[in-house]
Design a protein around this ligand. Sequence first.
Ligand SMILES: Nc1ncnc2c1ncn2[C@@H]1O[C@H](COP(=O)(O)OP(=O)(O)OP(=O)(O)O)[C@@H](O)[C@H]1O
Ligand SMILES: [Mg+2]
Length: 469
Amino acid sequence: MSGKILIVDDEKDMLILLTRIITEKTDYDVVTTHNPLKAIEMLENQQINMVITDLKMPKMDGIALLDQVKKIQPAAVVVVMTAYATIETAVEATRKGAFDYIAKPFRKERILLTINNAMKLQNLARENKALLKSLKQQKKFFSIIGSSPVVTSILRRIEQVAQSSATVLIYGESGTGKELVARAIHYHSHRNDNPFITVNCTAMPEQIIESELFGHVKGAFTGAWKDKKGLIEEADRGTLFFDEIGDLNMSMQAKLLRLLQEAECKPVGGLTTKHVDIRFLAATNQDLTKLIAEKRFREDLFYRLNVINFQLPPLRDRKEDIPTLAHHFLEKYTMLNKKEIRRIDPEAMSALMAQRWNGNVRELENVIERGVVFCRSDHIELSDIFPEKSHIPPCFLFDQAIYDIPFKEAKENVIKAFHQSYILAILKESNGNISRAAEQAGLQRQYLHRLIKEENINAETFKGLRGKE
Ligand SMILES: Nc1ncnc2c1ncn2[C@@H]1O[C@H](COP(=O)(O)OP(=O)(O)OP(=O)(O)O)[C@@H](O)[C@H]1O
Ligand SMILES: [Mg+2]
């Protein structure tokens, strides 16, 4: 265990003795002072995990110092020592938040035991705080973001329907947040202590999906060498979410309908049925009424599922949510990538607003994640998120990262970056006219042509570009 201990005692011999005991027997760092006022200064300037202080000192007593520690570094544990041990002072010290109280003279073992216990407690408190923070963060990152009227109304409806056990069908294009809504319904319901289980109806062939869902008994088919619980049984008292329900084949649809009607399941090859208590949710990005007309989806199952339905709008229909979503993902990915990026440039933000977002929120999330990874400053620029839109890629001639790679490779990278930036800039300037670009740069036309080819640059894309600016 690591950590720093501050010892405060007006007797210098005591400081020396305690430092020796602690450094001989533990790995903790020790700092000392005989002046409590100096101790306050130290607490203000460095992280201290534990304070061992004498009680009677000329300038300030141990109880007053304890008060200061609790104000400046509340997480630090405090142990008070005194030669004048009385029950009253011991009680006062612990009442004010001291971890322990030691009477002088003490035995070496006694002080070491107290230090170890105090540091263990301190570490535990620190871990708990970190855990709590990450749980809060996780909760935050699973929340539905958006303040457009349509998202606000979805949030309100989620809370209303969560309390019931009605089946819910969630419609929406890919990436609009169908699974997020399904999870939110589960987490707002009384079932939230029990499992939320997703069944991906697209990914699995029929035999597998059946045994995944209903489970099987030993010997039911080749390879079933022991009993296996199905997802339905796992989801008992919780929520089962059928993702991409439109992809379920007709025979599985019949089995699902029976399950919804009877709330019973029987493992493949089994003889007995088991009653289950499950909330069913389903999502699709297909038009189920069209599938019904094409006889690819059972009408009775549709009605059974469609008790309540949610229509999640595509992102292009609620563009006002883009800035909030973008900042939400910025915070998420700067944290995950341990970077410090504070804002998104106005130019980059207008490009985000102008995008069509066929992949909806998921695509926006991916773009911001990519931006965070490529960002080299404290703000996201257009070139970080849409390099193809900014035309001139950042030249990393002086990037520190260059020193981490071997000289030869670094040199090639720098030359390549220089070629790219330079050529793109002169082509942009000359409107894609290679002869004019060569002249401006003082190069032979053939040489520039060769470079353009080597760098795989398409001069055509620059034609008419300047006129548009
Ligand atoms: N309103 C929102 N707020 C925050 N994050 C969102 C929102 N909508 C979607 N997301 C995020 O976008 C990603 C895609 O969402 P989700 O998986 O729920 O979409 P989906 O509709 O199920 O997509 P698909 O049809 O492709 O499965 C997830 O990472 C999700 O957290
Ligand atoms: Mg999904």
